[in-house]
Design a protein around this ligand. Sequence first.
Ligand SMILES: *Cc1c(COP(=O)(O)O)cnc(C)c1O
Length: 425
Amino acid sequence: MSSWIERDEAVVWHGFTQMATYADNAPVIVERGAGRELVDVDGRRYLDAISSLWVTTLGHRVPELDRTLTDQAARIAHSTMLGNGNRVTVELAEALAQIVPVDEPHFLFASDGAAAVEQALKISFQYWVNIGEAGRTSYLAFGDAYHGDTVGSLSVGAGGFGTDLFDALRFPVLRAPGFDDPACLTTATKMIFEHAHQLAAVVVEPLVQGAAGMKIAPAQDFGMLADACEETGVLLICDEVATGFGRTGTLFASEQCGISADLMAIGKGLTGGYLPMAATAANRRVYNAFLGEDLGPKTLYHGHSYSGNALASAVALKHIELLSSWNVLDNVNERSAQLGALLDESIAPLDAVVDVRLQGLMCGVELEPGNRIGRRVCAAAVERGVLLRPLGDVVVIMPPLTVTEDEIERIVHTLRAAIDEVAPT
Ligand SMILES: *Cc1c(COP(=O)(O)O)cnc(C)c1O
């Protein structure tokens, strides 16, 4: 019998992974989860310090979510949203409407964050057609932005990660500077006023650009961007796929920025990391522009097979309840303060460390570039039982939102040992 890694490599194609070297990089083949730990096929345990690529909020095998899932399975797993509804999806949308900072929202469900962004792009484009205003066909997006891997979301994304080769497929957008530039939001605001007549929408990751390596812009600067959108009519699309559901210390980063999007993309943490579900929230102004005669041209002709999946809806609904009844945000803020202090003390002073960025439980430790250092440091951490995965030279720390004090210490001590091993001073 060949090993699980060999069997995996023989038939599975992993995303963002060079398959020729996949097996050499000691991949963890998970069999089950327990709390915030993953257990591999050999029984080894790993603290999931990346929340399974940023999706897990409360942990794995949460009894309440497990039970909700089986209860819903006993009713129905899935029924279509196209022209029909499902009870639990209605309940989920009602619950989301209470917490998502969008005015009188309607939710168009999808399965991945990229699709939620894609939907927002198409909705904002058609919005201008529906209200009869010509020429509003472009988008303004930011440098370093990441919005997903479909061709539309890739177009508003800034490239990188080897995606430049798709440039011929990516539609052109106006590009404001990335969050590295302290004037990025001032510049973007100017660009909105200058190009308003051609802009359908502005797309932004509020507060933190995640995939850029946890780049943070000042919360108070987002107000002028939103004001410029409001004054010029340009629609504001907030991509909260990474920042949503408590990750940055509030339920949504838009709250800290004091903004309310016309369209918001949510995904990742929506089901607590259990099931693939994403959604585009549209405010009243946008939604109303799509109302018209039956089968008429104002209809949004877009939809996905598994939109509003009932199993995912049930889990997402329970997840929203648990975020509140467990006071998860309090834990995020306490553990964030602890993590920040520990990183300042034992990681930031190291020669190999260029910068430490932290917002809630979204954290990036930027290392001195070169020699695949991010990958090697993370591999050394995995060997010590803490699952980390870098973004280039940035080590990402994104623990589940229910992470404990001891686990935060374990992550930082392990990271320190990993850096000491790979880049000794
Ligand atoms: C992960 C991410 C996406 C894409 O979500 P998928 O579910 O991976 O398609 C979009 N936007 C942001 C900000 C993300 O972090």
